[in-house]
Design a protein around this ligand. Sequence first.
Ligand SMILES: Nc1nc2c(ncn2[C@@H]2O[C@H](COP(=O)(O)OP(=O)(O)OP(=O)(O)O)[C@@H](O)[C@H]2O)c(=O)[nH]1
Ligand SMILES: [Mg+2]
Length: 357
Amino acid sequence: MKFLDEAKVYIRSGDGGAGAVSFRREKFIEFGGPDGGDGGRGGDVWVEAVNGLNTLIDFRYQQHFKGQIGTHGMGRNRTGANGAPVTLKVPVGTQVFEEDNETLICDLTAEGQKFRIAKGGNGGFGNAHFKSSTNQAPDWANPGLPGEEKTIWLRLKLIADAGLVGLPNAGKSTFLATCTRARPKIANYPFTTLHPNLGVATVDGREFVLADIPGLIEGAHEGVGIGDRFLGHVERTRVLLHLVSAQEEEVGKAYRTVAHELEAYGAGLTEKPEIVALSQIDVLDEKDVKKKAKELEKACGKPVFLISAATNKGMTEVLRALRDIIVETAPPEREPPPPAGDDDFSDRGDYDDDNRK
Ligand SMILES: Nc1nc2c(ncn2[C@@H]2O[C@H](COP(=O)(O)OP(=O)(O)OP(=O)(O)O)[C@@H](O)[C@H]2O)c(=O)[nH]1
Ligand SMILES: [Mg+2]
């Protein structure tokens, strides 16, 4: 799968059609009044969050999105047709920014959420609008208003319940592969994982989404290794699972290196609940596992889980601990949306309902 979490896109909403200048012409009616119709509205540009996407890769190939222009008004009071809107379909978790890549326009965090990012130009009034009592024939009409054009940035921050962090080779992808149906690449060299992977874990009948991201190394916040650019994908999780491999010589140091990078990244990552696990314990005998566990507990200041994805040891316990935190920190159930009519978008967040058709 190709992955892209940032894309620059040019959008333009449709221009409104011009109003028409026209006069009624009929046999035996000498001075027919003005009957120029209005121009149609230009098409809007929308973004919509849809399920089944977890990358912005499509926007590498198509970067221009234009709403259709409204057609001009015509004689005999005929109004021009509205231009068709265009909708950018993006993965859930996509944020839209202005050209500066800093000013947030909208944040689409739920499936079906829609937001209008450029409004089509209004159509101009035809001269039929300018009838006056003075009987003076209006020989003018309004031009349509231009659409808006701008460059925007799409930035994806995947939405998962738990995020896996650790040094390269800690066993993050193996963990994901063992408890979910995801099949990330696993190998015995650093930076096997080059982009985030998501999987759904089930424990005691309850599901939650787990995100595996590339490994972090010292200096990641300065761009060393793959850097910290994928940490955005664990920003929205409720809990982090920090894996430290039992194969590390100094597990305390391994823990601190990653903790330091999380801190340097900011965005509240260090305030998130964190579960620490010593992974790959099947490679050591019991005595050495105990010794390393102690060392790790000293470094992180809390009890650590002992796991092996290879032998499935301790896996259920860790999943339960993650689930407990996810349940505890879950926002209260939202009220069910009111029964929606055809054009009732009140349950879709930022819908601007003056979108006249
Ligand atoms: N013996 C043993 N080996 C493991 C276990 N978990 C992972 N490994 C091995 O450790 C190596 C690294 O595993 P990955 O899951 O790719 O590690 P990662 O943390 O995803 O690494 P990056 O993607 O590079 O950050 C692979 O060779 C795995 O087979 C385990 O529980 N026991
Ligand atoms: Mg990996």
